[in-house]
Design a protein around this ligand. Sequence first.
Ligand code: GDP
Length: 319
Amino acid sequence: MSNQQIRNIAIIAHVDHGKTTLVDQLLRQSGTFRENEKVTERVMDSNDIERERGITILAKNCAVSWKGTHINIVDTPGHADFGGEVERALSMVDGVVLLIDAVEGPMPQTRFVTKKALALGLKPIVVVNKVDRPGSRPDYVINAAFDLFDKLGATDEQLDFPVVYASGLNGWATLKEGTPGEKWGEDLAPLFDTVLQHVPAHAGDVAAPLQLQISSMDYSTYLGRIGVGRINEGTLKCPMDVVMMAGPDATPVKCRINNVMTFEGLERHQLQPGEEAYPGHIVLVSGIEDIALGVTITDPLNPKPLPMLKVDEPTLTMN
Ligand code: GDP
């Protein structure tokens, strides 16, 4: 897999604007679920706390495949920031999909994440979702999104956003507004294609020293602490001797990665001996006991630490 065949996106949405439903459909239509696999639960809501509160708290990722391109979907909480979690999640992506309800339009909760995405220089794709709903008003929604971006200081390039109309519930999207009441699209292909076209592939040098920043944390009883991050530069193998650095002035700590995984649908694919992960790949690494948010995993001979990522208290690091 080269870095040209990867896209990393975050889907930003106000609660109830349809993120979970849309991600379910993206997974289904990319052939991620086997035919006999019954999806009884909605995928991005698997955490108990979330189910209780009906909101997404912990950043979780999944990946879909479209026309040979691996698309990592990084989840972001839309409602509030927990210890800089939104910024860390956004630091792994090269584009965002902003999902807006076709009746409601942009809501205050969306504004918060959009502001951070724009500040990071990400160019959003606007998806006007639920266009099947009676009272759907896509023109109003697009204008409102434009005004919001403008108020938040968007650049001309960010204001020139692509628009996709969608009904996540019915599993279709289209680039143009059709006649209300008619089915506007066949499937989500126009959305997948827009992502491939408008989200840049991460540009990084495979031959450079490894540079991998840990943007979120996971935990498994078998593997212990797991760091999640996007490879910025270099090539990751497994096992691999590396150093961990808490910023440019920190002392390098020697350690060894003994397990690397990538996201495949809702599953995780374990990197086999001989397999490599490249710039742009979002990976899960384990074997480093003290791995922590914001650190850089880098080359022992030629360490290239990045500045630590912002981590505020309280921080939800494990689930
Ligand atoms: P989330 O909070 O953003 O993850 O939103 P959900 O995916 O849970 O959707 C919230 C509600 O909107 C649910 O009742 C969905 O069935 C409904 N919904 C989601 N997508 C669509 C859509 O495209 N059209 C319509 N009419 N309803 C939708």
